[in-house]
Design a protein around this ligand. Sequence first.
Ligand SMILES: [Zn+2]
Ligand SMILES: [Zn+2]
Length: 352
Amino acid sequence: MKALVYHGPGKNAWEDVPDPTIVESSDAIVRVDTTTICGTDLHILKGDVPAVQEGRILGHEGVGTITAVGNAVQSLAVGDRVIISCIKSCGHCVNCKTGLYSHCLGDEGASGTGWVFGHLIDGTQAEYVRVPYAENSLHKLPEGVSDEQGVMLSDILPTGFEIGVQYGRVKPGDAVAVIGAGPVGLAAIATAGLYGAGTIIAVDLDENRLEQARLFGATDAVVSGAADWKEQVLALTDGAGVDVAIEAVGIPETFSMALDVVRPGGNVANVGVHGKSVELHLENLWIQNINISMGLVNTNTTPMLLKLVAQHRIPAEKLGTHRFSFDQILDAYDTFSRAAETKALKVVISRV
Ligand SMILES: [Zn+2]
Ligand SMILES: [Zn+2]
């Protein structure tokens, strides 16, 4: 088969590799019909994630069709259309039992790490992928949900919802600011209404992304390049700040922006993946009763989110902006890596 193989910083290639086979009885082999690229893949390509070894097939998002299952797999069959969750979960360990799939203790990849695809084991930017713990790590796609909608449920929709909205403790009537209207920020915007957010303020440098944010449910948009951006955000609240500030970029500047606009007693939910440390001014923050949360997605809300996508309550289909075939995957990387110019949100890569 062909797959996108990592060959060290700045080097990847769409090339021939051996087909994956069933290794454990709980595995499935999935023919990948649609995949996409995550910001994390760009970090890997830059060499920011040293655990990813040369020769690794990248990618942790995908929708496909099962072509083989191990002896222990009972609830899935050859021919099933499935979403490949970005997180492995054995379903049996103490962390999986509490829904903390991000720290699944199953041996696959590394015990205690849920994100293994395209990281510690071969990933989904390939014609076929071996999925460990298939019964728990795959979700059957109902008819009526397209591949393109489904692939947004591998990672970004559960990440925006669980780490942004749920960890941010959004409540009915809350004012919520989402700093960064990229794909994951838009996923948080699209799901903040599920807990009744009243005001949803998108904050981004890019006016195109702010326009997009309104299509996903943002009630207001603030250009973060404006000198008075903070005053603009506060003016959309009672003046004291937002109840929940969701950081969806992953740089020190945007993390401190979230702290700038949160009200006393509010929540800052960090969703962005940071490459360097941020300063935390506890000498000022302690007296403001702020809760700060962060984490890796568990994907235990994927079945619920899938239901809402099927009911057209979450516009997953609007996240895909550019389409490519598998043999154009390097072009897809190029388009996605120049998102400010190309206006890409998610690039959709499909079997033709
Ligand atoms: Zn991702
Ligand atoms: Zn587990």
